[in-house]
Ligand binder design. Sequence first.
Ligand code: GTP
Ligand code: MN
Ligand code: MN
Length: 390
Amino acid sequence: LEPGPKAVMITLNGYACQRRTPLQHHNTVLTEALLVLAENAEFCEDEGRNIAFKRAVSVLKALPQAVRKMGDLQGLPCLGEHSQRVIKEILEDGKSREVETTLQSEQYQAMKSLTGIFGVGVKTADRWFREGLQQPSDVARSGQRLNHAQQAGLQYYNDLNTPVTKAEADVISRIVEGVVQEVLPGAEITLTGGFRRGKQTGHDVDFLISHPEEGREEGLLPKVVSLLETQGLLLYQKTTRNSYLETKEGPARPPSNMDRFERCFSIFKLERPRHSTSPEEPPQAACEESPRGEDSALEQLAGERQDWKAVRVDLVVTPVSQFAFALLGWTGSQLFERELRRWAGQEKNMSLSSHALFDNKRKQYLRASSEEEIFAHLGLEYIPPCERNA
Ligand code: GTP
Ligand code: MN
Ligand code: MN
């Protein structure tokens, strides 16, 4: 059979870090459906299935055109039998019964809203669901013991579930830049995460902070945080110290997603821009605490609108010698990172983390001062941030 002009077979590599995955793609109907199943698998703590669906999604995202018939999938990697069944159903009927049923299910809906609380993971959400809680307001009323993160998560639930815009990220960049310069002149901040990949919105804003002179960055974060606090800019923060140590034998344990940088998970209090031109009182320093009454946890759930917005911000401090690794590790996407580490381990016998790259065969660290060098060490073609949206 002579392939017609449209029957071009697309070939894609098996690892997401070998492919270019743009932000905008041609198969959103399929990927959104499969992502529901991926998410549901995560809620059921079925890691294997979660990853399998995410890999399938990332292959569809990398295709240069829309899938119209099953034959278009021929030769593509990572599309398991289950994913193909779902795709087939959608191509034929416009929707998948399994996806529809999942979306309707009480468990999926409850897990979705409960894990949407900052500080609440799948395990906690699942316990609450089995105790009969389904929404944040149920949790607030139930008198559950909550840690500080979860209390903040409930209190600012609506804001934290409203996407952060690029414009808001830029305002926060300027605030962080100002405070960092005041604490340590010459230090540099870099916007990472989804915004570095070109996203126009995100669930948080991620920054790397470094200084061109190795060692000068030590102990920087507590000072930055305390200055932000004095200025009334923080609603919540949890800072952890750097605990990374290089050893001759290489990384002590297999690299996991958690790294050991000095870092701060925080919630910023971001002034909303004023639109009125009337000469009101000068903008107040945003430092007035809301009363810590019984109802404070429900403030946002009740839909009260303030003149500020709660925004999640991650601050990570890195010694300049590790900067390229931290930048690569914090730019994402999450799947892209996972695939990079899998590639390093399985194909190169190397261990990649956000701190370093270790060659397990030669028993040595491979230095790099740019992301390009790390891709080269790994024997991969360089993929720019905007094409790491796997
Ligand atoms: P949005 O925030 O929703 O726009 O997506 P994002 O891609 O920015 O996700 P997120 O802020 O959760 O994480 C940004 C990148 O940092 C992702 O690649 C994560 O894998 C990575 N990341 C998140 N937490 C950690 C961590 O504790 N350690 C390391 N090394 N990486 C992390
Ligand atoms: Mn982010
Ligand atoms: Mn983040």
